[in-house]
Design a binder for this molecule. Structure first.
Ligand code: RBZ
Ligand code: NIO
Length: 337
């Protein structure tokens, strides 16, 4: 397994931020979580106040999953949505436009004929779709590492961003995430499986049975083997993206179940990387809650989002900018005289 040197956020900048926050014209601690976020950003940027968060970029990792039958929507939606992202009409692109964030789509494993899709979208393609994890491995030997490296290269090419956000598009991906989180944390299928795009009743029971079958199919030996057995190419690429961002000290805002699952695997590959990540929002998926708890991350927002794409993380950006404004612009009690 490759190893990574993960830098540590600046403790002196954090201490200076906390001291300044206590001296602002307000009762100590009265801006709650915003104060914590201001200190976190100061430590991440190594300076008080932290830099303005002008350059926010979302990368949507798109790919198909062999368990797409466990979704409430057909597999073809993945490819169709890539076109919607490019047209700027998806949930995440509309929300991103509101906060001035850029959105880029990376086709890692979409199962389609991508002939008329721009080269920058398909440049990191690993394969088409992935194995049905209840009966076979998701990936062939070597593909998890290749996809991980593709994700690292994508983060490297976005390294001037102030904040990076991983997004996802892939019908069936909540089934894969449930399996990966259950495997990583030793949880039973019925505790991690959620409704995804909206399955209920017998369909939810089938989805749970698929995850249980995937978990008992064969043991996994390490995080890359977990991606190979139970994951997908875009999950591996997202994990690589997160590790590379952390190794460059670029703050990341995680989104819903997909990015939290990738983060759990990325942390197991590169311990300490989680210090560079914030949880943008709480999704309704139980696997996301388990993954964030294991990572020690508390969601910034709780708006009942269950979309993915990076949408919840994008929606947290105004809150981060507010945290930065407070520490940069509020007056000091000491100046009141
Ligand atoms: C139109 C549409 C747009 C989406 N955008 C994100 N997802 C989200 O839903 C999917 C995961 O849920 P499941 O595991 O139940 O398929 C992923 O594609 C995820 O990105 C969407 C799903 C649909 C249908
Ligand atoms: O919360 C999420 O991230 C989510 C939930 C359902 C489907 N896709 C994503």
């Amino acid at each position: 397994m490759p190893s990574f040197a993960i830098p540590v956020p600046d403790a002196a900048a954090r201490a200076a931020a906390l001291e300044r926050l206590d001296g602002l014209v307000k009762p100590v601690g009265s801006l709650g979580r915003l104060e914590e976020l201001a200190a976190w950003l100061s430590a991440a940027h190594g300076v008080v106040p932290p830099r303005p968060l002008d350059d926010v970029r979302v990368v949507v990792f798109a790919g198909d999953h062999g368990v797409s039958a466990q979704s409430a929507y057909p597999r073809e939606v993945t490819a169709a949505m890539v076109r919607v992202f490019l047209a700027g009409r998806s949930g995440v692109t509309v929300l991103a436009a509101q906060v001035g964030a850029q959105v880029r789509v990376a086709d890692i494993a979409v199962d389609w004929d991508a002939a008329d899709v721009p080269e920058e979208v398909t440049a990191h393609k690993i394969r088409r779709g992935s194995g049905a994890i209840d009966v076979e491995d998701a990936l062939a030997p070597g593909e998890a590492l290749a996809a991980f490296e593709a994700g690292r290269a994508i983060a490297a090419s976005e390294s001037t961003a102030d904040i990076l956000i991983p997004g996802d598009m892939g019908i069936g991906n909540t089934t894969v995430c449930a399996a990966v989180v259950a495997s990583a944390l030793g949880l039973p299928a019925n505790e991690v499986v959620g409704t995804g795009t909206g399955v209920s009743g017998e369909a939810l029971e089938r989805k749970t049975a698929v995850v249980a079958a995937a978990l008992s199919r064969r043991p996994v030996t390490d995080p890359f083997d977990r991606l190979t057995a139970l994951g997908s190419a875009c999950l591996a690429a997202t994990a690589g993206f997160l590790v590379e961002a952390a190794s460059r000290g670029i703050p990341v805002v995680l989104d819903g179940i997909f990015s939290a699952t990738a983060a759990l695997v990325a942390r197991d590959i590169a311990p300490g990387a989680e210090q560079w990540w914030l949880a943008g929002h709480r999704s309704t998926e139980p696997a996301q809650a388990f993954a964030l708890k294991a990572l020690g991350l508390t969601p910034i927002l709780d708006l009942g989002f269950r979309l993915g794409e990076g949408s919840g993380a994008v929606q947290a950006v105004p809150t981060l900018r507010a945290a930065r404004a407070v520490i940069a612009e509020m007056g000091l009690l000491a100046d009141l005289g």
